[in-house]
Design a protein around this ligand. Structure first.
Ligand SMILES: NC(=O)c1ccc[n+]([C@@H]2O[C@H](COP(=O)([O-])OP(=O)(O)OC[C@H]3O[C@@H](n4cnc5c(N)ncnc54)[C@H](O)[C@@H]3O)[C@@H](O)[C@H]2O)c1
Length: 251
């Protein structure tokens, strides 16, 4: 059963494609009003258009969400729609793997900026625009690589390690202010971004060793996000919610 998220104003970064796009469509189908923010303007418009043509409500935003001014401007405009922001989902990321000797400065900066710095802007935007009585939610996108070493993922894994720690720190800092902070940690979901890192053959192999013997889906991830946003999860806070078929627990 889908949770009732009607009247929730939810801003999702990187929701022009992949997991963010699916979450945008799914949460809109639960009644939420979605801010679809992506660096790719065309994709953001397309997703917002899909939501409205399905009878939902959404507004598209294009911009580099690692830039503080851009993040705050998007948040301020989105907050005008309903007078508040109820949730921010920090989904945007630049997915790149390489051996550490090949890491170049531009890619490193871009990944750290959107993967880590944007989380700080989201926290500031939440403080600026949430309704203190209703409370707020932040959901970050973590990964099993945050807790285990995998070769060639040094930048990506460092970012996700920071996402995990930021989630716990902000749970401690924001809990008393009625803002819940959690993360979902999906694994092995073929998306436009992850298919640039792993081939289809690699995904087929993974389905053989993931404990539940399949890859993840965008729907698995969106269901977990919807639950974390729901009133049924009102005491779930500081959680890194594995949606990974058992990868983190068993491998
Ligand atoms: N796919 C997986 O298996 C998997 C597993 C664990 C975690 N994740 C995390 O889930 C999130 C989504 O991943 P995905 O697989 O859908 O990737 P994706 O590359 O398909 O989608 C990422 C989106 O973020 C946008 N984006 C990138 N930089 C941006 C910026 N600076 N400002 C605004 N938007 C920007 C992109 O344009 C794209 O639309 C990421 O945080 C990723 O690390 C994915």
């Amino acid at each position: 059963m889908k949770p009732d998220l009607s009247d929730q104003y939810i801003l999702i970064t990187g929701s022009g494609r992949g997991l963010g796009r699916h979450a945008a469509l799914h949460l809109a189908s639960c009644g939420a009003i979605i801010g679809v923010a992506d660096i790719d303007a065309g994709n953001a418009e397309q997703v917002a258009g899909e939501i409205t043509s399905n009878g939902g409500k959404a507004k598209a935003y294009s911009g580099d969400m690692s830039d503080r001014k851009a993040f705050m401007a998007v948040a301020a405009d989105f907050a005008k729609l309903g007078g508040r922001i109820d949730a921010i989902i920090n989904n945007a990321m630049l997915l790149r793997y390489s051996p550490v000797q090949d890491v170049d400065e531009d890619t490193l900066s871009a990944m750290l900026d959107i993967g880590i710095k944007a989380l700080f802007w989201s926290a500031q935007a939440m403080l600026a625009h949430y309704d203190k009585k209703r409370g707020g939610c932040i959901i970050n996108l973590a990964s099993p690589v945050a807790t285990r070493g995998f070769p060639n993922t040094s930048v990506y894994s460092t970012v996700k390690g920071a996402v995990t720690m930021f989630t716990k720190t902000m749970a401690a800092e924001f809990g008393p202010q009625n803002i819940r902070v959690n993360a979902v940690s999906p694994a092995s979901v073929p998306t436009p971004g992850s298919l640039g890192l792993n081939s289809k053959e690699e995904y087929e192999k993974r389905a053989g060793w993931i404990p539940l013997r399949r890859n993840g889906t965008e729907e698995d991830n969106s269901n977990a996000i919807a639950f974390l946003l729901s009133k049924e999860a009102s005491f779930v806070h500081g959680e890194i919610f594995n949606v990974d078929g058992g990868v983190s627990a068993c491998n």
